[in-house]
Design a protein around this ligand. Structure first.
Ligand SMILES: Cc1cc2nc3c(=O)[nH]c(=O)nc-3n(C[C@H](O)[C@H](O)[C@H](O)COP(=O)(O)OP(=O)(O)OC[C@H]3O[C@@H](n4cnc5c(N)ncnc54)[C@H](O)[C@@H]3O)c2cc1C
Length: 392
């Protein structure tokens, strides 16, 4: 891959809205991505392998539990710092950002918010340091957009819970030590259970042949009469609202992350447009190419403003789930369109692994689908503004 010459666009001087701490956190993540991710990521994506050697570095930049209190090993940062870290990681690769999002918002968050003190002490410091990696099992083979219909279930056997069922499309599953699994009790109510690798009857076969998020490991979670100790149930929240609360946190991080992928594509296309000569001129001098670049920076700037505002709302506990849906949907759509346009601007080179654009483009096909599809987020906005449910 080409050397990483990334320069972040900031057309509306958004840096002025950030604190010194925000900028320090972001700049540390940015230089780490340049140093540790950019040089290796194309190879790992080509091999369809997660680069496990970067786990310690991800922990070092605060990517595992950025907003989890320091007493549990987290970085104790605010929501804007969390977003900026996700932006910088996804600027490198959406698959790496997915690993960090799952660890923070889908594993550490539910243990922190819905777990008891023993569970927090046992799991959070090890997850924050990357000593243990986690995954989040909500989606099932027959239940994706409608997780409330899940069939994975557990029965109370006195000394333990007996867990049966299967989860599909689970990020980090092939190597995770810990899985936060959503399953129904005998009354049909959804609860979170912490399942650990090594429990009898629990397997995590890897999902192969992905054209997207190739540097992220994806797998299934199979539960065949798994005896889960009773102390592994998350006691402080149940019902569908529990996993949805985790998704709010992760979707918020995705909204920032997508900006990172878009910035990288824009920056690459801008640089290329000044260097690539055709008809005796740099292609950036042609109006059609300028239109693409001008529209890209406009959309990036709008997304940056939307997301910064969402971060301030979240810092004050005022952001609604529907506001988060809007940002996730808008920003991923923005990024995927920019990736497609940027790819065209590079002509044939646009499909090459010499540049990051095609990898971002393919990655974003997953990002636009997971954590609520593009259409599902539109229905969430529709429900929010009309009060009418179009899901069923
Ligand atoms: C790479 C990758 C990683 C993932 N990681 C995780 C993970 O870590 N943990 C996890 O639990 N899940 C994970 N997922 C699963 C992901 O969240 C689901 O794929 C997603 O929620 C969609 O579910 P589905 O694939 O079953 O599609 P479906 O729900 O079958 O949807 C198919 C299509 O129908 C549309 N649709 C569905 N219902 C409606 C409706 N009411 N009205 C209109 N249109 C509708 C959808 O928008 C979509 O276009 C991952 C997925 C991928 C691809």
């Amino acid at each position: 891959m080409k050397p990483d010459l990334f320069e972040a666009p900031d057309y509306y001087n958004l840096d002025d809205l950030l604190t010194e701490e925000h900028k320090l956190v972001r700049d540390a993540a940015r230089s780490w991505v340049k140093r540790e991710v950019s040089p290796i990521i194309e190879d790992y994506a080509q091999k369809a392998e997660f680069p496990k050697q970067i786990i310690g570095g991800l922990a070092g930049i605060g990517a595992f539990g950025p907003y989890i209190p320091m007493e549990y090993g987290g970085a104790g940062l605010d929501q804007i710092s969390y977003g900026l870290i996700m932006q910088e990681i996804e600027r490198g690769d959406s698959g790496v950002r997915s690993t960090a999002s799952v660890q923070s918002s889908l594993v550490m968050y539910p243990i922190w918010k819905y777990g008891n003190e023993e569970q927090r002490q046992k799991y959070l410091p090890k997850l924050a340091s990357g000593e243990w990696m986690g995954c989040f099992g909500l989606t099932e083979p027959d239940h994706g957009s409608n997780p409330s219909a899940m069939v994975t279930n557990f029965k109370d056997k006195g000394d333990y819970y007996l867990l049966n069922g299967a989860k599909m499309w689970i990020s980090n599953a092939p190597f995770a030590q810990v899985a936060v699994v959503w399953a129904k009790d005998e009354a049909g109510r959804i609860h979170g259970l912490i399942v650990e690798r090594g429990m009898e009857g629990f397997t995590t076969p890897e999902t192969h042949n992905k054209w997207s998020l190739r540097a992220s490991a994806t797998g299934e979670l199979i539960f065949d009469n798994v005896k889960v100790p009773k102390e592994n149930l998350l006691p402080n929240k149940s019902g569908l609202g529990a996993p949805l609360g985790c998704l709010d946190s992760a979707r918020y991080g995705i909204a920032w992350g997508a900006i990172g992928a878009a910035m990288d594509c824009y920056d690459t296309a801008l640089r290329y447009s000044k260097e690539r000569m055709q008809f005796g001129k740099p292609i950036g001098q042609f109006q059609l190419q300028q239109k693409k670049l001008a529209e890209m920076i406009t959309e990036i700037t709008k997304a940056q403003l939307l997301t910064w505002r969402l971060g301030t709302l979240r810092n004050n506990n005022k952001a609604t789930s529907a506001q988060i849906s809007m940002a996730k949907r808008n920003n991923v759509d923005m990024a995927i369109n920019i990736a497609r346009e940027a790819r065209q601007m590079l002509g044939g080179m646009g499909i090459s692994g010499e540049y990051s654009i095609m990898r971002h483009s393919m990655n974003l096909e997953s990002v636009i689908t997971y954590e609520g599809t593009h259409d599902i987020h539109l229905l969430i906005t529709g429900l929010d503004i009309t009060g009418l449910n179009a899901f069923k």
